[in-house]
Design a protein around this ligand. Structure first.
Ligand SMILES: Cc1ncc(COP(=O)(O)O)c(C=O)c1O
Length: 393
């Protein structure tokens, strides 16, 4: 029996006095996730303790947990991947020719969901359509709503793929993915969603968004280790070709004695896209435990808590000239601050670091991303540090 999930206040091991407002960079590892990893390392001391069923059971449990988190009852639609870029490469391999067609992405989105499309468009003679925001920086009136609108307008009958995310990773701008998904279905385009900066931090439903693929790195809002990601693949990928000609992903692979009865048939669903050696006895139990915490604490609770904190910082900073996206169009858990023109990003970050406030500089925005371990005192430290950087310039 697993222990009951800890209170978030006891679950992490951040040093006191550190204002870690950077979960969008990576989450701190919860104690119980660390312990699961250490148990995983020790397991191989005595290999006879690792049975053939162990290559499957925890992977299956992980698929079930991830599927539940994104609102799907179909756990065999989940593949275990080493990175988002790997999942996107799977999709690109199975997207068909882009000749005379286009792929729609958003300006400055995370490169893991861009490079595969850039290359495919280049080699097939297709077009990469980059959708700019309608306003120069966060807080420009109508920018949030207008950005989704521009994405919708960029999609046409020749669109093969729309590749984007629920939230802009640099500045926290939200996109209306339900509307984009609907538009994709109208024209038959594949809808490829990078959920890394959203899933776990706020509710997400594959039934509502209806992506053809949803890929999430595990080490940020899913609280897991580095180098394990999960992907949900819809029915359009049921018969696709994986990147690797794997063996454990084949029909009948549970019977190790019969592995040389080679077969072209894969296990059903998206299991075929699993990375080789996906039954990682260290990383899989870690992510499994991490998702147990995410589920117990609930994305709704994370959303509420982070919304409270980002609202708390948004108002005084907007009043002092920092660009902040309109409330309706900013993510609850990622606040992008456009600095007043006189302020230098690196200088600002150094001032914050001297006060032990950790944030990221992404593009032209200071990105602040709290989690359940943060409190209003972290917001105060951030606001004071930014005021010092502003006034001391
Ligand atoms: C939006 C987004 N997607 C994906 C990643 C990580 O991608 P990968 O797993 O390919 O390294 C990051 C990392 O910062 C990210 O911000």
């Amino acid at each position: 029996m697993a222990a009951p999930p800890p209170d978030p206040g006891d679950a992490f091991q951040l040093p006191s006095g550190l204002h870690y407002l950077n979960c969008a960079y990576m989450s701190p590892l919860p104690r119980s996730v660390e312990a699961a990893g250490i148990r995983g390392i020790r397991r191989k001391r005595v290999p006879s303790r690792i049975g053939s069923e162990d290559f499957f059971q925890e992977c299956d449990a992980l698929r079930t947990r991830f599927a539940r988190l994104v609102g799907s009852g179909e756990s065999d639609r989940v593949a275990l991947l080493p990175a988002v870029s790997y999942g996107v490469a799977v999709v690109a391999k199975n997207a068909g020719s882009l000749q005379g067609r286009n792929v729609v992405v958003v300006r400055d989105q995370f490169p893991g969901n861009v490079y595969a499309w850039m290359e495919a468009a280049r080699s097939d003679g297709g077009e990469l359509r980059i959708v700019d925001s309608p306003g120069p920086s966060a807080g420009h009136p109508g920018r949030g709503a207008g950005w989704t609108q521009r994405v919708l307008e960029a999609v046409d009958q020749d669109t093969a793929v729309v590749a984007m995310a629920p939230v802009h990773w640099t500045d926290g701008t939200r996109f209306d993915l339900e509307a984009v998904g609907h538009r994709c279905r109208e024209v038959g385009a594949l809808f490829v969603v990078d959920g890394t900066q959203w899933v776990g931090a706020a509710p997400f439903s594959v039934d509502r968004v209806r992506p053809d693929a949803l890929i999430c790195a595990g080490y940020k809002w899913l609280l897991g280790p580095y180098s394990l990601a999960a992907g949900y693949f819809g029915a359009r990928f049921d018969q696709g070709i994986p990147l690797e000609a794997g063996w454990i992903t084949r029909a009948g692979s549970r019977d190790f004695a019969s592995l040389v009865n080679y077969t072209d048939e894969y296990a059903p669903g998206a299991v075929r896209y699993d990375v080789g050696e996906r039954s990682n006895f260290i990383l899989v139990p870690m992510l499994l435990e991490a998702l147990r915490l995410v589920e117990a604490w609930s994305p709704e609770r994370v959303e509420r808590h982070c919304r409270g904190l980002t609202d708390l910082m948004a108002r005084p900073l907007a009043e002092r000239g920092f660009g902040v996206e309109e409330r309706e169009w900013r993510a609850p858990h990622i606040l992008g601050l456009t600095l007043p023109p006189e302020m230098d990003g690196n200088e600002t970050r150094r001032t914050l670091e001297a006060r032990r406030v950790q944030v990221s500089l992404r593009g032209s925005a200071v990105r602040v991303s709290p989690y359940l371990y943060n409190e209003p005192s972290d917001v105060e430290a951030l606001v004071e540090g930014l005021m010092e950087a502003l006034e001391g310039r």
